[in-house]
Design a protein around this ligand. Structure first.
Ligand code: NAD
Ligand code: DAU
Length: 330
């Protein structure tokens, strides 16, 4: 299997590369990443000398360069994106550039290079807030923020490349992921690292929003299954059974770290904040997928990982992130 992973130096992409190297002894992997503030090549230090793996620093928006790089490869899984909703509210341009135009560039290159599979990693956010029930893959898209809108646009472009040109595309829409190596601007690592530093946990609004937290390795298993068995032109949901309120997640973190609830601070709500996401994932279950990790044990292991890996997150928090954090929370 010869597979290109774009955005492989980020959170989920780096787990996916490690997953492939472990499962497929004869795979060849090319990781292409621009290394934005969110990309961290150290996420892959443990596999960087593996002869089956190589890395090129490049921007997915550079179509000519991407076409040259994709020649002689079979499969592309695209994780590359601007991914943080709060940043999309202050700098939407970057999201339109990478998440829409970048995907357009990749689709054109993939078509020219006749790839045999193109997997676009999407998100549950494309549907907007879900008042009740669980959404199927056929639900109309109704994104609430520029990040979600840019991902929705990319999904539609990718599906159009299947319908118009026969590019073998699958779309994977998962719920919120958690696990090691997630950038500390996202809620779970932000709350864990703040708690470890005895700083306040900024809970937006009343903290009642509900998210279906998926352990990142379960997401990787699902993407691999879709790679093997997914039908071209189809969208697949990936999610665990139940959701948790943000407040519950914050309390769990404080309990696991032996910190008081008084560390929580209710702050101004996010603009356009989606109240609840909830996906029906019968379609991928019919292919044989189910999550292998229970929320509680994967969550406890994740908290422990951040506790033991201060050397990974401290440099990130001390870099550009400090300015971002100051602007965000004062
Ligand atoms: P991340 O922010 O940790 O990583 C994104 C990676 O993309 C980084 O390595 C970054 O350097 C790279 N990148 C950004 N712009 C690029 C460009 N123009 N060219 C090349 N590389 C570029 O993101 P993540 O949380 O790992 O998310 C990966 C994908 O999964 C995204 O497409 C996201 O929309 C989707 N997703 C994420 C979650 C989640 O909870 N994290 C849930 C569902 C879907
Ligand atoms: O749902 C999938 C999406 O999950 C992905 O597509 C995105 O790339 C990823 O960033 C994530 O988006 P969210 O906005 O759901 O994740 P975030 O960790 O930013 O926020 C989770 C919830 O926590 C959300 O309801 C907002 C809230 N929150 C977040 C932050 C950063 C807080 O209450 N306080 C915070 O400081």
């Amino acid at each position: 299997m010869k597979i290109v992973v774009t955005g492989g130096a980020g959170f989920i992409g780096s787990h996916f590369i490690r997953y492939l190297l472990k499962k497929y002894p004869d795979c060849q992997i090319l990781n292409i990443d621009r290394l934005t503030y969110a990309g961290n090549i150290h996420n892959l230090d443990d596999v960087s000398s593996d002869r089956r793996y190589c890395f090129v620093q490049e921007d997915i928006c550079h179509q000519k360069e991407m076409t040259t790089l994709l020649r002689d490869w079979d499969i592309l899984v695209n994780f590359a994106a601007e991914t943080h909703v709060d940043r999309s509210l202050v700098n939407p341009e970057a999201f339109i550039r990478t998440d829409v135009l970048g995907v357009f560039s990749l689709l054109r290159s993939a078509y020219q290079c006749k790839l045999r599979k193109f997997i676009q990693i999407s998100t549950d956010e494309v549907y907007g807030s879900v008042s009740q029930g669980r959404l199927k893959e056929t639900r109309l898209l109704s994104p609430s923020n520029p990040y979600a809108a840019s991902k929705a646009a990319a999904d539609l472009l990718a599906l159009s490349y299947w319908k118009s040109y026969g590019l073998p595309v699958c779309i994977v829409r998962s719920t919120n992921n958690f696990g090691p190596f997630q950038h500390p601007e996202k809620m779970i690592p932000l709350f864990i690292t703040n708690a470890l530093l005895n700083k306040k946990l900024p809970v937006y609004g009343e903290g009642k929003q509900i998210r279906q937290w998926l352990f990142v390795e379960d997401h990787c298993g699902a993407i691999d299954l879709i790679l093997q068995k997914g039908e071209n032109g189809q969208v697949y949901h990936v999610s665990p059974e139940r959701g948790y309120r943000n407040l519950t997640v914050a309390r769990k973190i404080l309990r696991l770290l032996g910190k008081p609830d008084s560390l929580m601070e209710f702050v101004k709500d996010r603009a356009g904040h989606d109240y609840r996401y909830s996906l029906n994932c019968q379609k991928i279950k019919a292919l044989g997928w189910k999550p292998r990790h229970s929320f509680n044990s994967a969550f406890a292991k994740t908290v422990q990982w951040y506790k033991e890996n201060t050397g990974w997150w401290q440099p990130i928090r001390e870099g550009d992130f400090q300015e971002y954090y100051r602007q965000q929370y004062g």
